[in-house]
Design a protein around this ligand. Structure first.
Ligand code: URA
Length: 230
């Protein structure tokens, strides 16, 4: 790629601003000042602008700790979109891989990579999502096998895919599901006469919500986390 194009795509500079930076000797390639806009940059070239390494914005992969009263939409509606909590460049290229309700908290994955998010959301890919659920009524041990067999949701044909319920105490449990039907967890518990009081997503596939992230905070995923979605 030409050096001036590389600078434009990896910074907010326009082509003419990039040319001026080159003329001012503000740009080095592998430690050597380069003034030629047409200089060819390869994948291995280390480009610095005013001493700072710059690189192309490739696909982006982010986790956020979603707070209550935010929505997993790309635009603000009654509540603000989780994307509006992020001070990040080119937010319009990002989307949310698997939505949570406004009152649900926890792990939200945000990316620019449509193929990657498809692996999370497609029921065929069997990517488990684990939720911590607080319930209004006591939970019976029998529910473990009921959810493992699959249950019929109101206004839906067929059964839910096998889900793993692990009871913590009378009113709290963990539930892992591998589909993302509308309000699925709430509807599963409603179908057995219970009511979800609070819902928090802890995990998607092998990606766990980072305990260092307070509600509203986010960080880029590590390469291992990105690769774990297969
Ligand atoms: N199931 C629900 O009912 N709500 C969510 O936000 C996620 C899963």
């Amino acid at each position: 790629m030409r050096l001036d194009k590389f600078i434009c795509e990896s910074t907010e500079l326009t082509r003419s601003m990039a040319k001026k930076a080159l003329h001012r000797s503000d740009v080095t390639c592998d430690g050597v000042v380069v003034k030629d806009s047409g200089f060819k940059v390869t994948d291995n070239t280390v480009v610095r602008l005013e001493g700072q390494v710059i690189s192309l914005v490739g696909e982006r992969y982010i986790m956020m700790h979603k707070p209550v009263d935010t929505i997993c939409s790309t635009i603000d509606e009654v509540y603000p979109s989780v994307l509006s909590l992020m001070d990040i460049e080119k937010a319009d290229t990002l989307h949310i891989a698997g939505r949570l309700d406004a009152d649900t908290t926890g792990l939200v994955l945000i990316t620019s990579d449509g193929q990657w998010s498809h692996k999370i959301t497609s029921p065929k890919k069997d990517c488990g999502k684990r939720y911590l659920v607080e319930l209004a009524e006591p939970i019976s041990e029998q529910l473990v096998s009921v959810f493992a067999q699959g249950i019929e949701l109101r206004n839906e044909d067929g059964l839910t895919k096998p889900a793993v319920l692990s009871i913590i105490d009378n009113h709290n449990a963990r539930l892992t599901i591998s589909e993302g039907k509308y309000h699925q967890v709430k509807r599963m518990f409603a179908a057995v006469g219970n009511k979800v009081v609070t819902l928090h997503r802890e995990c998607v596939g092998e990606i766990e919500l980072d305990p260092d992230l307070a509600p509203g905070e986010w960080r880029h995923l590590t390469q291992a986390e990105i690769n774990s979605i297969a």
